[in-house]
Design a binder for this molecule. Structure first.
Ligand code: K7E
Ligand code: CA
Length: 615
């Protein structure tokens, strides 16, 4: 380890030199009239991309990062790597009132912890349509949908019969009607007292490939298999979804999960799933249609053997290849998707779909693409990003062991800092992969930032991939733990994002202020227009149940009002024309100030009203 460390120190010094050169080449410090400086990945003097985004300039890409433990999604501008927004999803966020308002509580249904890993956008014809984002919750087995016009969650779906909701991927063609979600942990099905005989029999634990209707946010069906299901991908033809499995052994300990020499990449045949549903070949478990995808029970899933305990599966932007990362094996497996039909029809063996198994390095986890025939794979143990040529790997495989030995597919190996998980290039999960930027989401930052105690940030490194060599240009600390991200061209997202809410989309929208009592329930309807609330005083009785509904009537872009009730643990904000409500019991008698929490006006501090709870 210590040798490795000192290697990295050398690399670290090199890194500073590289940045110095890039800065000079990009004309940092030169006076360029405002408006002409753009953040476009324009060619600078040395033929490489420019990553410096000057004050007043905008980023070229919307980066959507999962937040890991935080349960949120983060919006990062690329290439500046500036955090622009956080989108609360499975978490509680006082900054917006998520998890506090009635509307968000109705979506969260009592849980405000999550574990987001995989964010993906909705597609049309193989590229993003800018309509929705989807994200998994590994902790509580949920999937959330984010509407891009407001960049807010509009639906959260609970998925029964699964644990460890992990790999998620939307249909890419012709458009996103389905989203698939994998269960990483095998469990009894159903996993309740009615099936208690299965608790002590791991052979009776199953994995599920859940298919969700993207529009309705409801479950179409679940395909039950013996294997666990890890990462997920959909093809570019709307025919298949695929996943890796690292526990075909049905092991319950690490050594059991590593017992077999191989595991599977499973390819689910959507036509056959539809047939099973049409023919009524399913059973209902907890209200969900469960289709049998087990080996020997149906031919819905094709099982391609891959070296033991693989991890990520990613499809090349031309739609031709699925690359499955070895993790325990230092190789990746390249599967030719044009052969899947023949394998599914039994004309060739599943393993005959494999066209290359090139050496990459120790611990390959995830692969991304530059759109020019190259793949870039993250390598965890080596702490590298490895750029390799797909055609050359396939060619060497054809020529045999001697040709392979020389590793002709390797284009470049970049040291990263350190221990990379996911890796993603701009637009790389679409047919429009543009090969401009790469982000390496490194789990360990070690010595890259000011020491901040035992818990250090992660390190999201920005890499210029416009040239032959991978070029590291920026380190960005990240709070634990954004597993994955996508980077979407700005022209796809920007036109859809609204500056204000559609007031009457919410049936609760308040136009007139009122206080109405019905038994011991009091409904307060109030407007907020900076710097005044529509009511100056409200009186209720101790023990009343109170619903406070507030609409922001400021139509000016970004004029946000906050509504907080002192000592009542209530705090939320309202964007222009937005309505939110909160229901609580007025259990403490006294005078409580309702105040605006968001600086809205020169008289912001005076924006308050009395809430009097009488005895
Ligand atoms: Cu590799 Cu959950 Cu995508 Cu993390 S998973 S790294
Ligand atoms: Ca295994």
């Amino acid at each position: 380890m210590s040798d490795k460390m000192s290697d990295k120190k050398v690399n670290r010094r090199n890194f500073f030199k590289i940045v110095g050169a890039a800065g000079a080449a990009a004309g940092v410090g030169a006076v360029i009239p405002r408006g002409t400086r753009t953040a476009k990945a324009q060619k600078s003097g040395n033929g490489r991309a420019k990553y410096d985004v000057s004050p007043g300039d905008l980023d070229d890409y919307y980066g959507f990062w999962s937040g890991g433990h935080s349960g949120e999604i983060r919006l990062i501008g690329v290439p500046s790597m500036r955090e622009i927004k956080r989108i609360p999803v499975f978490n509680k966020d006082v900054g917006s009132g998520w998890g506090i308002t009635d509307e968000s509580k109705a979506l969260l249904r009592g849980r405000d912890a999550g574990d987001t890993h995989h964010v993906h956008g909705s597609y049309k014809n193989g590229t993003y349509d800018g309509k929705w984002l989807f994200v998994n919750d590994k902790l509580n087995n949920r999937m959330a949908r984010i509407r891009i016009d407001y960049l807010e969650v509009d639906a959260i779906l609970d998925i029964p019969n699964i644990q460890g909701a992990h790999g998620l991927f939307p249909q890419r063609y012709p458009e996103t009607k389905w989203v698939v979600l994998n269960s990483e942990f095998q469990t009894p099905v159903p996993n309740d007292a009615s099936n208690k005989a299965a608790f002590n029999n791991p052979q009776e634990y199953y994995g599920m490939h859940t298919i969700v209707d993207a529009e309705k946010m409801s479950i179409v069906c679940q395909v039950m298999v013996d294997e666990n299901l890890d990462l997920a991908a959909c093809d570019y033809q709307g025919k298949y979804s695929m996943t890796t499995s690292y526990n075909i052994e049905k092991g319950v300990t690490i050594s059991e999960m590593l017992a077999s020499d191989y595991d599977y990449m499973l390819v689910f045949h959507w036509g056959k799933i539809r047939d099973a549903l049409r023919q009524g070949k399913y059973r209902m478990v907890n209200g969900v249609k469960v289709v049998d995808g087990r080996k020997g029970h149906s031919d819905i899933a094709l099982r391609i053997p891959v070296p033991k305990n693989p991890h990520g599966v990613n499809i090349s932007p031309d739609g031709r290849y699925a690359v499955c990362c070895g993790k325990v094996s230092p190789t990746v497996t390249v599967v030719d998707l044009e052969k899947i039909d023949s394998a599914h029809d039994g004309k060739i063996k599943p393993e005959e779909c494999i066209v290359a198994q090139p050496y990459i390095g120790l611990g390959p986890l995830h692969t991304t693409y530059d759109g020019r025939g190259n793949a870039i794979t993250s390598v965890f143990i080596d702490s590298t990003n490895v750029k390799w040529n797909i055609a050359k790997a396939i060619e060497a495989e054809k020529q045999g062991a001697k040709a392979k030995e020389k590793n002709p597919h390797i284009v470049d190996v970049l040291d990263i800092h350190y221990q990379v998980g996911h890796i993603m290039a701009t637009m790389a999960e679409t047919k429009e992969a543009d090969g401009k930027w790469l982000v390496s989401l490194n789990k360990i930052s070690k010595d890259r930032f000011l020491n901040c105690g035992p818990l250090k940030p992660e390190n999201d490194q920005l890499i210029d991939i416009t040239g032959e060599k991978l070029k590291l240009v920026h380190d960005s600390p990240a709070y634990i733990e954004p597993h994955d991200c996508i980077m979407v061209r700005r022209d796809i997202i920007e036109p859809k994002v609204q500056d204000r809410y559609d007031m009457f989309e919410n049936p609760l929208a308040v136009t007139d202020n009122s206080v109405v009592r019905n038994g011991n329930h009091v409904t307060i309807k109030m407007t907020a227009t900076a710097p005044v609330f529509g009511l100056q005083e409200v009186r209720v009785k101790q023990g009343d149940e109170v619903t406070l509904i507030v609409t922001n009537h400021d139509e000016i872009s970004d004029l946000t009002n906050g509504v907080a009730i002192s000592s009542y643990n209530i705090n939320f904000v309202l964007g222009p024309f937005q309505t939110k409500s909160v229901t609580f019991t007025a259990d403490k008698p006294g005078v409580f100030w309702v105040y605006c929490t968001n600086f809205c006006h020169a008289l912001h501090l005076e924006m308050r009203m009395r809430f009097i709870v009488e005895v």
